[in-house]
Design a protein around this ligand. Structure first.
Ligand code: UDP
Length: 248
């Protein structure tokens, strides 16, 4: 694993095998480890939010989640980094659970969505050890109930699909108290696993055009696309005018 940065925000060059072995070590040693998936939007959010940027710096792993970030790193630093999206990690953790009995908890999305995601994972991965689930719509008042439910379920892997940056902020604040080894922000993945949102077809994914597919099926996310344009402009500015590169 090698720490690099894009527009001053940390991103790691990490292979799938390394992700698996870092997760296994955290579970075996019972050490808390926050895994963050970094996309172009995350980079832009972190540049505006110092607290978010700092928690990204302190995470165990910052995995490159988007073609945009991978291309930016290649363009600015001439380094190829593996791309692993949050949604791709879920089957990997499910397979680890089948093999080693690791307990997985799903936290996030609407009640019917997360319940359906659990059912689908159980069907796709017979023997997967799902120790519980909770929807992601809670308020400060019932926050303790949420934490108690997760603690009682004693997961080895907590998948939090609350959207960014909420999921990472909530996990980093509560990880030690929860006593969960591996905590992973998975964004809207439960909606995809539950079959509520279509994943971009392979054609779009291969070309790194998942954002375009999302723009077509969810046009109301227009604001996101302006942020993506801003990301590209910031990369060009960094290339031609220069900027600070941390790590790598
Ligand atoms: N969500 C949630 N609690 C909230 C807000 C959002 O559980 O308070 C869920 C929402 O239902 C969806 C996910 O968080 O399943 C966010 O998905 P989105 O695609 O917007 O996030 P991204 O993958 O872009 O981070």
């Amino acid at each position: 694993m090698k720490k690099l940065s894009v527009l001053g925000v940390r991103v790691d060059s990490v292979s799938l095998e390394e992700v698996k072995s870092i997760a296994t070590a955290a579970i075996e040693k019972k050490e808390p480890a926050l895994f963050i998936s970094l996309g172009s939007l995350t980079v832009m959010q972190a540049r505006k939010d110092q607290i978010y940027k700092t928690l990204i710096e302190q995470a165990k792993l910052v995995i490159c989640d988007s073609a945009g970030v991978a291309k930016a790193v290649k363009y600015l630093q001439r380094t190829e980094i593996p791309r692993l999206s949050g949604i791709d990690l879920i089957p990997v953790f499910a397979a680890m659970s089948v093999k080693k009995g690791y307990r997985i908890f799903l936290f996030g999305a609407k009640e019917s969505v997360v319940a359906e995601a659990c059912r689908n994972l159980t069907v796709t991965f017979p023997g997967v050890n799902i120790c519980g689930y909770l929807n992601g719509y809670f308020d400060i008042i019932n926050q303790n109930d949420v934490k108690e439910t997760i603690k009682r379920s004693a997961p080895d892997i907590l998948l939090a699909g609350l959207g960014q940056p909420l999921q990472e902020k909530w996990l980093s604040t509560n990880l030690i108290e929860l006593g969960v080894p591996v905590a992973v922000g998975v964004g809207g993945s439960f909606d995809v696993i539950a079959g509520r949102i279509k994943r971009a077809p392979l054609f779009f994914r291969r070309l790194g055009l998942e954002w375009l597919f999302r723009m077509i099926i969810e046009p109301w996310r227009l604001r996101r696309n302006f942020v993506l344009i801003n990301f590209i402009l910031s990369i060009l500015k960094e290339k031609f005018i220069g900027g600070k590169q941390k790590y790598g």
